[in-house]
Ligand binder design. Structure first.
Ligand code: ADP
Length: 603
């Protein structure tokens, strides 16, 4: 199953939309930054302003008290009382000059009641005030009216900006004159230094009198009315009669001011807008970049999360499908398994039926064989019977000749033979009854000897040479003693039958060889050998090539059955040198102890 392709590359359009989304976020940031830096600036400017105002007021206040004090000096009064005396005026000039140096004032001068300067601290200089009349100045008029005279103005001769303090010199209720102290203000401008913020001091007309920008000087910051224009023309505080307006772009400057109520001035600091805009712009830029980065990061994280969730969903789906498939496969297997079980059951039942049928068939065939075999029992018993007859006849002859011991031996042999006959009958019965004894250890050579002994007379009569090639050590095989003897007896009898059909020399070979799993016993004769038909059918019951008097065709059939019951095998073939060769394949057994088989006792 292919992974669903959900990954999309970020497009420029999405980025543009993102940037547009940023704008509403940047606006408050901009406002915040502007407010913050404005406050910072305002705080900073306020401190500067306070400092400057304190300095300015301190300067002015220092000289404010000077005129009334000087007005009381006797030398000054004497000068006013005798204005024509050159000595008095000279000493007054010297006194004022001395006082000017001590106080640091710009000029100190004494005016007569008509406004003419009688004595001045600058009496020695070219632009001396002495003899000059300043009655038009407001401070003179104010002092003459009994008020403290105050005035800002440009010195008419010096051209320096100054502040004038004046006090009347009274004698009872008559004004004798006016004492004036002029303070130089030019130097307060130089204190400002070279800074981006600009200083702006305006007087009560709103005209710039002190400023750090020279070209702003004596410009009006507001519209002047006619009365003010007339007053300016009268008092001449500035060099020009009509101050031009100050052209300042309000957007370019941030203004912060403080009013000095006692003198009617306003001190302002003008900060270029760029001073504020620059940090605000930087903050917005940094904030905007951070926000953008944050939004991109969040977008990335969300995209990753979506991929992760999709992956999990895909895995879950795949797992569910797999589980479903496993479930289906398991069900299939269970169905198959139950079908197999059913089949196994049916097979077992069929097997059981087959075994049963086989058993029944075997039983039936055995019964029918036994029925037919009853006719052949004589064949099986004929040999011992013939032997018994022969032994009995011999015993009679031996008794006649008083050979009692030999006769007894014959009788013993007869007894043994009858016992064996009983055993054969029992075996035949067992054969029909499905009576089976478990194989046991049987010594092979004694069994061969017994079988040979039974046929010894006949063999000798036929002059059959026995060529025996058996090992001396006893060969132990799995068998039943009677059954083995029965088999060996049958095979030897068949060999003698076959040898009877050929002339001398008649030979019978007996040999044994040890194999991996047992012992092979070979019986060979130099008779005519098996016919082609006999090779194929000799195992069949009642197959015989002999006359009914000679054979019933049961020997090899019984031998074959017995050998298979013993876990062995009977093989027969023709030897390359002629004659038949029969092989008994017997299974090896442990060394036994019994010499007498329990089968021998079965009757
Ligand atoms: P029967 O001996 O009564 O004929 P068997 O079952 O013993 O029955 O033998 C079947 C047949 O096998 C014999 O008729 C004979 O043709 C053949 N046969 C058995 N033993 C030999 C032998 N040693 N040589 C040749 N033929 C044999």
């Amino acid at each position: 199953m292919p992974l669903p392709s959900t990954y999309k590359r970020p497009r420029w359009r999405s980025l543009a939309v993102l940037a547009l989304l940023l704008i509403p976020l940047l606006w408050p940031l901009h406002q915040l930054a502007e407010r913050y830096y404005s406050n910072e600036l305002a705080e900073q400017n306020k401190q500067t302003l306070d400092l400057y105002v304190a300095n300015l007021l301190g300067t002015l206040r220092r000289y404010e008290v000077l005129p009334p004090i000087l007005a009381d000096l006797p030398a000054i009064r004497l000068t006013l009382q005798t204005p024509k005396s050159p000595a008095r005026r000279d000493s007054a000039n010297r006194l004022l000059s001395q006082l000017q140096q001590q106080t640091g004032a710009d000029v100190i001068y004494l005016m007569a009641a008509d406004g003419t300067t009688l004595a001045a601290s600058n009496w020695r200089q070219e632009d001396s005030f002495v003899t000059r009349n300043f009655s038009y100045r407001p401070y003179f008029r104010e002092a003459m009216q009994g008020r403290p005279g105050r005035f800002f103005g440009l010195g008419t001769t010096s051209g320096k900006r100054g502040y004038f303090f004046a006090a009347a010199i009274r004698d009872s209720d008559k004004n004798l004159g006016v004492m004036v102290v002029k303070v130089d203000l030019d130097h307060t401008e130089t204190l400002w230094g070279n800074r981006p913020e600009q200083l702006l001091v305006t007087d009560n007309y709103g005209v710039v009198i002190l400023t750090s920008q020279a070209d702003w000087r004596f410009h009006a910051t507001r519209e002047l009315d006619n009365a003010e224009r007339t007053a300016i023309a009268d008092t001449q505080p500035y060099r020009i009669q009509s101050p031009p307006p100050l052209q300042l772009k309000p957007a370019a400057w941030l203004r912060q001011g403080q009013t000095l109520d006692e003198i009617g001035w306003t001190v302002s600091i003008l900060t270029p807008r760029s001073q504020l805009d620059q940090p605000v712009r930087s903050t917005v830029a940094v904030g905007g970049s951070t926000l953008l980065a944050l939004i991109l990061l969040i977008g990335l994280l969300m995209q990753r999360r979506r991929h992760y969730l999709e992956r999990i969903a895909f895995d879950t789906q795949a797992r569910q499908q797999l589980e479903q498939r496993v479930l289906e496969r398991t069900l299939d297997l269970q169905r198959l398994n139950s079908r197999l079980k059913q089949e196994v059951l049916e097979r077992e039942q069929a097997q059981q039926k087959l075994v049963q049928a086989q058993d029944e068939l075997v039983q039936a065939s055995k019964l029918s064989a036994l029925g037919t075999m009853s006719a052949s029992i004589s064949h099986e018993l004929n040999q011992p019977l013939a032997a018994i007859r022969s032994y009995a006849d011999n015993a009679g002859v031996l008794l006649d000749h008083q050979r009692n011991d030999d006769a007894r031996a014959n009788l013993k042999l007869i007894s043994q033979l009858t016992q064996r006959m009983a055993s054969i009958i029992a075996h035949l019965r067992a054969f029909a009854r499905r009576d089976r004894h478990a194989p046991e250890s049987v010594a092979l050579q004694p069994a061969i000897d017994d079988a040979l002994a039974l046929l010894a007379k006949r063999r000798q009569a036929m002059q059959v040479e026995l060529i025996r090639d058996l090992p001396d050590a006893t060969l132990w095989v799995q068998a039943g003693e009677t059954r083995l003897r029965q088999v060996l007896g049958n095979l030897l009898a068949n060999a003698l039958d076959a040898l009877g059909e050929v002339p001398q020399p008649r030979r019978l070979w007996l040999s044994a060889e040890l194999t991996a799993d047992g012992v092979n016993l070979h019986l060979r004769d130099n008779g005519p050998g098996f016919s082609q038909e006999a090779l194929q059918r000799a195992r069949e019951p009642f197959f015989t090539t002999k006359t009914s008097a000679q054979g019933l065709g049961l020997g090899l059939a019984i031998c074959d059955t017995l050998m298979r019951a013993l876990g062995g095998e009977l093989l027969f073939a023709n030897h390359p040198d002629g004659g038949a060769q029969l092989t008994l394949r017997l299974r090896a057994a442990d060394q036994g102890i019994k010499t007498q088989s329990p089968e021998d006792f079965v009757v």
